[in-house]
Design a protein around this ligand. Structure first.
Ligand SMILES: [Ca+2]
Length: 451
């Protein structure tokens, strides 16, 4: 990455990123800091043309890479949508489709189409465009949603959204209603002591939603909608608060594992503060809370992760690393994060009793954790053989359908001891065998004495 300082007469700083590809097929992405853009569309266009002429070698592509202006919390009842495309034919299709769907359309600048919106208009419009345009064409369309009449300036247009992400945002709006209507709930799944599965050591709090009829909404749907609607941060934060409050209301006496996605946090300290306030005001001792770092594979900023973990620890809570073994980053993160617990991914546990390679890898991870003094949870245990394997290889705790499914009311007894098969652990057999050897040795020596 290099900076083409003063690339144009306006003096804008233009960081230019190139990707590794043949010199005659270089892909350029221009990212213009919005604060540095203070000129009109024509100037912006000449800026692009100027840069493109100077940098083009063979084919090239150009685009504005931005994080995008945050879309409003919900669809405005009145507003204007500005859309543009670098392809005149696509602009024409946008204009015609909007017009045919019954919208009032104008063209404030060349190749920028403005559509007046009311009520559910935005949903109708994005649906109509999705049908009329190919997905490749949609990807190149930029959209800027204005809540009032104001025409966006150049900086705002630069930070507009693709049509696809606008559509995801529109489609994800139901999530706002779920969150606002307090229809997020927590289900609890027991984490048991591996050797005494009837003893619940902890409950993991798992997010669920409810629709207006009270039907369950799966976490996959909630998170997919949150990603599209730019609500990941809000959903993750609300999920934690719901979990802490639900556990508190039930006055759980065991540990409480709460999931925590560090990637979804835009402003970690603000989000942490509300979580820690909820912890401190709950009816559960602070030291019983364990925060599980999820989706660690996606984490690039390990410094802020360490910072977040340190905040939890300073408040008296503990930290777990989730899904260990699911990605390539886990070992690295164990060393960096120094978690109090690691949760072995269900992918490592599934058929571990029958898969020699898997058994070796999982066995070594358990050994490593033991050496480091980190406690282990085998996740996704579904069969007696998997549970037996986890016991024999020293996993401290286990979780999975074999013991109990998640439920709104915390399942009290994971597996009552009478339901469990009578298991003799390998280590006990070895211990017994050692005794027999010792007796054998004694008999031999006694005989030799007799003789
Ligand atoms: Ca988890």
């Amino acid at each position: 990455m290099f900076f083409a300082k003063n690339a144009v007469k306006t003096g804008a700083t233009v960081p230019v990123r190139t990707r590794d590809c043949p010199a005659d097929n270089v892909l350029f992405a221009f990212r213009l800091a919005a604060s540095e853009l203070n000129y009109d569309l024509d100037e912006a266009r000449s800026l692009y043309m100027d840069l493109a002429t100077r940098m083009a070698c063979g084919k090239f592509m150009m685009g504005v890479e931005t994080r995008g202006i945050d879309l409003p919390g919900e669809i405005p009842q009145r507003g204007k949508l500005f859309v543009s495309s670098t392809t005149p034919d696509i602009c024409r299709q946008l204009r015609e489709t909007a017009h045919l769907t019954g919208f009032s359309v104008s063209e404030p600048f060349a190749d920028v189409v403005a559509v007046e919106l009311r009520g559910e208009g935005l949903r109708m419009l994005t649906d109509a465009w999705s049908e009329a345009l190919s997905s490749a064409a949609q990807a190149g369309v930029r959209c800027y949603l204005s809540a009032g009449e104001a025409i966006p300036n150049c900086a705002q247009l630069m930070r507009s959204h693709s049509l696809a992400s606008l559509k995801d945002w529109v489609n994800g709006q139901w999530l706002n209603e779920v969150i606002g209507g307090q229809r997020l709930i927590t289900h609890f799944q027991p984490i048991v002591r591996t050797r005494n599965p009837e003893t619940v050591f902890a409950y993991e709090c798992l997010l669920r939603g409810q629709d207006q009829e009270g039907n369950l909404i799966t976490p996959d749907r909630l998170y997919a909608a949150a990603r599209g609607a730019n609500l990941l941060d809000r959903l993750d934060s609300e999920a934690r608060l719901t979990a802490i409050q639900s556990a508190s209301v039930r006055a759980l006496s065991s540990c409480v594992f709460v999931n925590f996605n560090p990637r979804s946090i835009d402003s970690p300290h603000k989000s942490l503060q509300s979580t820690l306030r909820a912890v401190l005001s709950s009816a559960i001792p602070t030291e019983n809370f364990v925060f599980e770092v999820v989706e660690s594979e996606e984490i690039s900023d390990t410094d802020s992760l360490i910072d977040i973990a340190e905040h939890f620890r300073m408040a008296g809570c503990r930290v777990a690393l989730d899904d260990v073994g699911a990605g390539y980053n886990s070992l690295n993160l164990i060393a960096i994060l120094k978690p109090d617990f690691i949760k072995l991914d269900m992918g490592l546990i599934r058929n571990v009793d029958r898969d020699t390679y898997k058994a070796h890898v999982t066995g070594k991870l358990l050994e490593l954790a033991r050496d480091l003094g980190v406690r282990t949870v085998a996740e996704g245990v579904e069969t007696e053989s998997e549970w037996r394997w986890a016991c024999e290889h020293g996993a401290d705790f286990a979780q999975g359908y074999f013991f109990a499914r998640p439920a709104a009311e915390p399942p009290r007894s994971a597996q009552s001891s009478r339901d469990l098969p009578n298991v003799t652990f390998a280590s006990e057999i070895f211990a017994a065998a050692a005794e027999v050897d010792a007796v054998g040795a004694d008999l031999t020596s006694a005989k030799s004495l007799q003789n």
